[in-house]
Write a protein of this length. Structure first.
Length: 269
């Protein structure tokens, strides 16, 4: 339906945001969402003009919009200044932390970590989607369309599969009922992370084998941080911590770079 595949992700993320506000009774202030989107787009426009004047501005703004929607879905704050900081640093990270035409961090993930560390009022709510089964089907269905175009199913499967095995093993070891494990594995935020954030082709390893190892490492660190240090933001901290290893992995295992023009596929949040 769309000529530019990135339009699909913009539509999907906007749909998720609308559903969250309408069906989950999120107390999200419109001015904060507007501020977040504006900060991302303006920062992208400014830095593209200054540092990469040959880049297509329309495609750059689409990239910034995808990042801002990802932030709007996952990050919560009380102050406008926090959203400005998160949006600006998320986009700036693509221009600052970069090598070999790839950025080290997923922009939305970087913005979330920056807001959590640098401001007193930012937080993420892993349970904000609840565990309704129809959300699960919606995320997998729409996320599947995105991953089919990006070609990064292996990363999502490796992360979700290894994390699920760890949670199931722990559940059996502790003798808990299965509803505890089901609640953890059907978290909407976890699925959004697995389908739209951890699959960013511009910040994950190029080779399939290293992507799988990389995703499993994130799953293990997430499991440890969540279950033994009781950190709600475990998935975001794990991704942020392990993301720079992509630079090393790409040098050790050579594989073709992801290229938008040749693939005509979409960018992750």
């Amino acid at each position: 339906m769309f000529k530019d595949a990135r339009d699909y992700q913009i539509v999907f993320l906007t749909t998720f945001l609308g559903l969250g506000i309408m069906t989950r009774d999120w107390s999200v202030k419109p001015e904060l969402i507007f501020t977040l989107i504006s900060s991302c787009c303006l920062t992208q426009l400014l830095l593209t003009r200054l540092l990469k004047p040959s880049d297509n501005l329309l495609l750059s703004l689409k990239s910034a919009l995808i990042s801002s929607l990802g932030l709007a879905l996952l990050l919560r704050a009380d102050r406008v200044s926090t959203m400005i900081l998160a949006g600006s640093l998320a986009i700036a990270s693509k221009f600052i932390f970069t090598s070999d035409k790839k950025h080290w961090f997923n922009p939305a993930n970087f913005g979330i970590i920056a807001a959590l560390v640098l401001t007193p009022d930012a937080w993420v709510s892993p349970g904000q989607w609840g565990d309704d089964w129809w959300y699960l089907l919606l995320f997998i269905g729409l996320g599947g369309i995105v991953l089919q175009r990006v070609g990064r199913w292996d990363t999502s499967v490796a992360f979700v599969g290894s994390y699920a095995l760890l949670e199931i093993a722990r559940n059996i070891w502790l003798g808990w009922t299965w509803d505890v494990c089901f609640h953890k594995l059907t978290s909407g935020s976890l699925l959004l992370f697995a389908l739209f954030m951890i699959t960013d082709p511009r910040s994950i390893p190029n080779a399939r084998s290293t992507r799988i190892v990389w995703a499993i490492a994130i799953a293990i660190l997430t499991f440890i941080l969540r279950n033994y240090f009781y950190i709600n933001e475990a998935i975001f901290i794990a991704l942020f911590t392990i993301s720079p290893l992509t630079v090393i992995l790409d040098k050790l295992w050579i594989a073709p770079h992801f290229n938008w023009r040749s693939f005509n596929r979409i960018e992750s949040i």
